[in-house]
Ligand binder design. Structure first.
Ligand code: C2E
Ligand code: MG
Ligand code: MG
Ligand code: MG
Length: 278
């Protein structure tokens, strides 16, 4: 019977899907160990404020140097962790590590700026994260007002927009800021933008890539108008070229993140960068 099932499976799924399934199961096994044994690590990508020509904070990005010697992309293992019910463990690990490293940074560097943490999946609908993160911030002596949570519209919608709105409201009441990541991908419904209690919007790289075309400029302009009327800050993400930064500046965007300015790096390098500037 098992054999027949197997054969049927082979008939319906291309080999690639089976191979992929196998790889995912192996990756998941390794990920459980990676979280348990602290194999994961965090990198931080600085943000730049072009008006002030200076560093203005950073985004925490999880990294997995697999024991086999390659780096597994978070774009692959974060969604995998979520579908397998490991999202909560991963979130807790990231939270602890970021707060610990950030606490150490602010003890040495006065102008560290805020740090942004990505939240996704079921964590966006789990009210218990509010107490967990405030307790964690208190334990490390990190002021909650220097934290930003980055969420995506699609993660907020999947699992129920009402629940996400409630959680975001409570997070904001605790004193953190909320940033809407990857704006322009996924649903991008302007009505959601008005309903989600966010402080900031991150304009996705896909828009930046169209900024050299008139239609691209028109779209970005209308998003900026809307953001201004909703009182939202705008950060442009994924800036790789000088020309992109110049065009965005002409549209009066001042906050930037991208390889042109800085790559994600370990906290020790952020500290060197900041101490070098001081
Ligand atoms: P994201 O939150 O939109 O993060 C920005 C991604 O763009 C990062 O990829 C960053 O390294 C990359 N990036 C930055 N500047 C440039 C640029 O100039 N050009 C290009 N092409 N890319 C740039 P990364 O680190 O691979 O992360 C991918 C995604 O994985 C993130 O997208 C986020 O959705 C997720 N992720 C990363 N870390 C975490 C985490 O700690 N928790 C959760 N839940 N998700 C995470
Ligand atoms: Mg992000
Ligand atoms: Mg993003
Ligand atoms: Mg993005």
């Amino acid at each position: 019977d098992a054999k027949r099932h197997n054969r049927r499976g082979l008939k319906h799924y291309p080999m690639a899907a089976l191979e992929n399934g196998r790889r995912n199961i192996q990756l998941l096994r390794d990920l459980v160990i990676a979280i348990r044994d602290d194999q994961l690590t965090m990198h931080y990508q600085p943000k730049w404020d072009l008006a002030g020509e200076c560093y203005c904070g950073m985004e925490a990005l999880v990294r997995w140097p697999h024991p086999d010697g390659h780096w597994v992309s978070p774009a692959e293992f974060v969604p995998l962790a979520e579908t397998a019910g490991l999202g909560n463990d991963l979130f807790q690990w990231v939270l602890e590590r970021v707060l610990r490293e950030y606490a150490d940074l602010i003890a040495h560097v006065p102008q560290a700026g805020p740090v942004a943490i990505n939240i996704s999946g079921a964590q966006l609908h789990d009210l218990s994260i509010v107490d967990r993160f405030t307790a964690c911030a208190e334990r490390y002596g990190v002021p909650v007002s220097s934290l930003i949570f980055e969420i995506t519209e699609s993660a907020a919608i999947v699992g129920g927009i009402e629940g996400a709105i409630e959680l975001l409201g409570r997070l904001k009441a605790s004193g953190v800021s909320i940033s809407l990541d990857d704006f322009g991908t996924g649903y991008s419904s302007l009505s959601y933008l008005a309903r989600l209690p966010v402080d900031q919007l991150k304009l996705d790289r896909s828009f930046i890539q169209k900024i050299k075309e008139p239609a691209g400029v028109a779209i970005v302009r209308s998003i900026l108008d809307l953001s201004a009327s909703l009182g939202l800050d705008v950060v442009a993400e994924g800036i790789e070229e000088e020309a992109e930064a110049r065009l965005l500046r002409e549209l009066r965007i001042n906050s930037f993140q991208g390889y042109l300015f800085a790559r994600p790096m370990p906290m020790a390098e952020v500290r060197e960068l900041l101490q070098g500037r001081a």
